[in-house]
Structure formats: C-alpha cells, structure tokens
Design a binder for this molecule. Structure first.
Ligand SMILES: *Cc1c(COP(=O)(O)O)cnc(C)c1O
Length: 229
C-alpha cells in the first residue's frame, strides 16, 4: 500500500467519526511527508525538537505541527514561533516556560496535558493528583499565553486488549471530570488525544477524538538498538 492510499483509507475511516488524524512522521524523510501532504494530510507530529524544526523549515508552511515527545524547558524557544499543538506537557514548570516563549512570540500556544495512564514506569506524564494540583495552582491562573485544549495519553505497551481498554477508559473519565470541574465554560477544552497504530480502534471506542498514527501510514520504522551499559 502507498502512503497516499493509506492516508485516504484512514481518513475515510476517521472523518465520519469526527476523529482528527495526526500523522506521526518521526524518522521519516521529507519526501514521505510530502506524499502524505499531497494526499491532503495537513497535521503532522514529531517527537524530537531538532527533527521537528528541520522539517518545519523544509516543508510547506500550512502544515500544522504537533510535538508528541518529551519537551525539555530549554528547547521550548525553538518551536514556540510555529508549533500548533504541544501534546506532551507534563509539568507546570514546562507550561510556564511555554507561556513565556509564547508571549515573546506574541501568540497563544495550544497545549495538551500528558497523563501517565500506562502501567509502565518509563512513560512521561502527570498522574491524577499532579494534574489537579497544576490546574488549581495560582501560577496556572496567571498564564495567559497558553491554552489547554485537552489531554493526551499513551496506553500500556501490551497485547492485552482489556488492559489497553482500561487505560483509555480511565483517561476518558479523567477528561470528562476535568472538563466539568475546570473548563465547564470553555468550549476550547475539546481534545482527547489517545490511540496509536496498534490500539487506535480501541481508543476511539473509548472516546478518543484525536489519534496519532505513524506506522499505519508510513510502514514500520527502523528501530534503533541501544546497548545497555
Ligand atoms: C511514535 C509515536 C506515535 C505513533 O506510533 P505508531 O505506533 O507508529 O503509530 C504516537 N504517539 C507518540 C507519542 C509517539 O511517540
């Protein structure tokens, strides 16, 4: 299957459901991204700042770029001028830094709070207590150049469908609770980003309205092997 056909198939599946496709293009060359672009795709996601900046500079300017990987505070400045959505906000410190650079660029930057829903220790993200603490903090109320659009989460990396379903269910419950408690009057809190190539159908069943698909569109990535020291 070609990238063009993959985009068309997936969009045909997602659009009637009102689910937004973020095409995850990490490690993929610009010509692959351009093929997806020619097929009509405009939203792309990357997980590394340097790669994201390089691709932003080289590719059409009407692409909406999302950052989906961990963001270090000292790198916010490189993406602040153009980023459409930072999906991986995992601390108040980072949110404050994004606000600072958004202000410098005279814009408001849309963000998702990344929630740690998986059972693994390795994933980034806020837990339930931390997300509430963030939203109730005085410092958060003083940030005017960021806008929290919703939540993002990554399910446990497992073949156990029941466990994946529970992870997504939990995130949807948290999303609904936070929306009711903190964003009742703000219609812009509307995005629940959950689901990747292996689990997006389960995610959509559980209420996702944004999926992040890489290998479904571009084929599998070459995995880099790191030797443990
Ligand atoms: C790589 C990545 C994806 C896409 O993964 P696929 O399995 O290729 O669909 C989605 N979300 C995040 C945060 C990623 O890092």
């Amino acid at each position: 299957m070609s990238i063009t056909a993959n985009i068309q198939d997936i969009q045909q599946e997602l659009q009637p459901l009102g689910v937004t496709l973020v095409t995850i293009s990490k490690t993929k060359p610009n010509e692959d991204i351009l093929e997806a672009y020619e097929a009509g795709q405009r939203i792309f996601g990357e997980n590394l700042v340097q790669e994201l900046v390089d691709k932003y500079e080289a590719l059409p300017k009407d692409i909406e770029w999302h950052l989906v990987g961990h963001l270090q505070t000292n790198k916010v400045k490189y993406i602040a001028p153009f980023i459409a959505l930072i999906e991986s906000v995992d601390s108040l410190k980072l949110l404050k830094e994004i606000d600072k650079h958004a202000k410098k660029n005279n814009r408001v930057i849309d963000c998702l709070l990344q929630i740690d829903i998986s059972l693994e220790e390795t994933k980034f993200g806020l837990d339930h207590v931390e997300v509430i603490e963030l939203l109730e903090s005085q410092e958060y109320t003083e940030l005017h150049n960021i806008r929290i659009r919703g939540l993002m989460g990554i399910a446990t990396n497992t073949d156990n469908q029941k466990e994946i379903k529970e992870d997504f269910y939990e995130l949807k419950m948290l999303f609904d609770g936070i929306k009711t408690s903190y964003f009742r009057t703000e219609s812009s809190f509307d995005t629940l980003s959950m689901g990747m190539s292996s689990d997006y159908t389960i995610a959509i069943e559980q209420g996702s309205n944004m999926v992040r698909l890489g290998s479904t569109i571009f084929g599998t990535r070459t995995i880099k092997h790191f030797k443990a020291k």
